[in-house]
Write a protein that binds this ligand. Structure first.
Ligand SMILES: O=C(O)CCC(=O)C(=O)O
Length: 401
């Protein structure tokens, strides 16, 4: 039930000290928010036999998560809106990065309705980490979703399917899924079936629609070798301009348009040569890990959320350490990890389905209605929207040099 969208070699659930294994702060937080499905049992009155009668989703307590949609206008204990910081704090925050540019970056969005304007939150317990609300407008979100679903599963980008099959899927997974085609493994192509497949004949798992639903990750730019934990730079295709623009825009919102990311005395601009798209179905998880395979850890990571809402956990440099902050991440928002936070543990213990309600907090999580209306009425957009409403996509871009 709980599949890991991207298997990270550096993930482990417990930390062992003095021969005793103790649950650490990060694993406990993951456990708290994971989807737990309880099987309900019915006892047959006549025979006394116990039968599985259904499934229930256990409620989780989200009272300790930070939901930025509820933070507007007041401070939360561990997050602070950058534009609301006092002047003195602002100077400290942007010491090497130039508060002036930050203000300029905001002024570019001054004409947008306030609900759609980007807002930057500084995560006080994780130095260098920022949450950017409304980093992407609706048009950008739709375009990126379209790119992730139609283009990223294609060669030369690596995917979980390529890794599992030892070779790439035939071209045009999206078109094949839309047309209801099936994988013909012998000819490495797509084929039509005259009759719908029978249950258990193995063909269901070869349906292009099934394969699209089971897409879990795709590389952006240079593919990552999960075994050796290195980027295969010699095979590097260019990062798509749309993805690069969206990530650079996010970094500009946080650090300012002209900002050089001054770390360790070097002036270096973000280049964003490699990235990853993660695709999550509701209930999928990404285990806690640190993104430490890049050569240059002084550069920030921009990480964009699209589609379904989720819980993102940000811990410390060891899984044992507190605090671990739980954020509700929504479509169009972004997380920036820079400085100290760049090597802090993070993960995704929960992705919500569209319309999922938590009775205890009277909260309903949704695929955003406004985003739905950014899709057209034609066949193509309808298919895409249908997929997007059942998926969370995370797009991240980083520097390896
Ligand atoms: O899905 C997310 O928000 C986090 C993704 C992530 O941590 C990663 O790809 O390394």
């Amino acid at each position: 039930m709980y599949s890991s969208v991207a298997e990270k070699n550096n993930t482990f659930d417990d930390e062992t000290t003095n021969n005793s294994t103790t649950k650490n702060a990060f694993s406990l937080a993951e456990k708290k928010y994971r989807l737990k499905v309880i099987e309900t049992i019915r006892v047959d009155a006549k025979t006394g036999r116990r039968r599985k009668s259904g499934k229930l989703v256990e409620e989780i307590d989200v009272s300790e998560t930070i939901d930025f949609d509820e933070c507007v206008g007041h401070e939360s204990s561990s997050a602070m809106r950058v534009s609301e910081l006092k002047e003195e704090e602002k100077k400290q925050t942007f010491k090497a990065k130039g508060g002036v540019e930050e203000v300029a970056a905001f002024s570019r969005f001054a004409n947008a309705p306030s609900r759609e304007r980007p807002r930057v939150w500084k995560l006080l317990d994780h130095p260098g980490a920022y949450y950017v609300q409304n980093a992407l407008d609706l048009r950008e979100q739709r375009e990126l979703i379209m790119h992730c679903v139609k283009i990223l599963p294609e060669r030369p980008n690596k995917t979980n399917h390529w890794q599992r099959l030892g070779k790439p899927l035939p071209a045009d997974l999206y078109r094949a899924a839309k047309a209801g085609l099936y994988l013909n493994e012998e000819e490495n192509g797509w084929m039509e079936l005259e009759k719908p497949p029978k249950r258990g004949d193995g063909m269901e798992s070869r349906a292009a629609r099934h394969l699209l639903r089971k897409l879990r990750w795709a590389t952006v730019g240079a593919p990552f070798d999960w075994t050796k934990r290195v980027y295969e730079e010699e095979r590097a295709p260019e990062v798509d301009e749309r993805i690069k623009r969206a990530c650079v825009k996010t970094l500009e919102i946080v650090f300012g348009k002209e900002a050089a990311f001054v770390e360790k005395g070097e002036d270096t601009l973000f280049d964003g040569q490699v990235g990853l798209a993660n695709f999550y179905a509701p209930g999928d998880t990404l285990n806690g890990h640190v993104d430490d395979a890049e050569m240059n850890l002084s550069k920030p990571i921009a990480s964009l959320s699209l589609g379904l809402p989720a819980i993102f956990l940000l811990g410390q440099k060891s899984k044992a350490l507190k605090p671990v902050t739980a954020l509700i991440v929504r479509s169009g928002d972004a997380i920036v990890l820079s400085g100290e936070s760049r090597t802090m543990f993070h993960g995704v213990p929960r992705v919500f389905s569209d319309g999922e309600t938590l009775m205890s907090s009277s909260k309903t999580f949704r695929f955003p209605e406004a985003l739905e209306s950014a899709f057209d009425d034609d066949d193509d957009d309808e298919f895409l929207l249908n997929f997007a409403k059942r998926t969370r996509i995370n797009l991240s871009l980083r520097d390896v040099r």
